[in-house]
Write a protein that binds this ligand. Sequence first.
Ligand code: IPM
Ligand code: MN
Length: 378
Amino acid sequence: MSSKKFKVAALAGDGIGPEVMLEAIKVLRAAEPKFDFKLEITEAPVGWAGIDFAKKALPDITLDVCKRSDAILFGSVGLPERDPTLPKEQRPERAALLRLRKEFSLFANLRPVKLLPELAEICPLRPERVSDGIDILVVRELTAGLYFGPKHTEDIVELHEVPGQSRRSRKAVDTMVITSGEIERIAHVAFQTARQRRKKVTSIDKANVLENGVLWREVVTDLGKQYSDVALEHMFVDNGAMQLVLRPGQFDVMLCENTFGDILSDEAAALGGSLGMLPSASLGQTSAEKTFGLYEPAGGTAPDIAGKNLANPIAQILSAALMLRHSFGLTAAAEAIETAVAKTISAGYRTGDIYQANGAATRKVGTREMGDAIAAAI
Ligand code: IPM
Ligand code: MN
């Protein structure tokens, strides 16, 4: 029987991107022969790597590679030291990452946060607050909302506090725009994934203040009637942020607008131990049983530790597992990678971000050693 073949665009990007990408590819290569699949991986520059290569954060050649692939495995982009040297529309975050999300209509962002029992000691919450565990899926709308609404900055003349006087000033405008169709399609994803989990959706909004929130709540409530087997509750975003640190165990699926999901997923990741453990899948609509996706760690480029063999590669490795599951339907291989990560943590391997010198049987390791151990555990 011939093995299944898939094309992957590997866009490592900046900062720690390249070194964690290397480990993810190492783990994928270890999984291939065991699960009978073959990946054709094409690497292409993005972010500052793209700017240095072709003066564009998303070079045309990179976009072409993505279009010819079945999925994108993405590292991270942006270097705070260099970003201000470019006009903001050309900076990596907007010109590469947000552009790719929009270009491929990747509207559904899934961010699974789990606190592994062995990492309970690095959870910043008191033990009694996490006694029922943390296993949350943040479902974040990714192509609308505050990120993509009309925005601009303009010079204005503003009235001064002193009557009769005015002064030159500047005004920045971002608009939160969402349609009921956009809310529906992301809500479907939340309800459907909840069915595979503990069957609870907490829909996050700011319906007490924002028009967006009122519409969000109406549409999600209506749609919820089609999913009577899933429990639906609504929560204001400020309360959601608080509940996460008070009683994270109450959450199963958190359904969020783009900006709210960005903020809450970082908060949730910290509860799970480290941002270095948080993978993400950004998915488009499934057509002809195929789901195109971009898979990336939710953390940033971490330039301070880049190139020093210090970064935690787990978020990138788990992102590769999500790619196998969601874009290639390779469920067993995805599970094997997730199990290998858990085993490696159990065996005591810790990168700096998840290490605590407390005498337990753990060992501080570098990026490569962590990748090697996970690949060996497949
Ligand atoms: C994320 C990141 C991005 C976002 C940045 C890098 C543009 O923070 O994926 O959460 O804000 O969406
Ligand atoms: Mn973020």
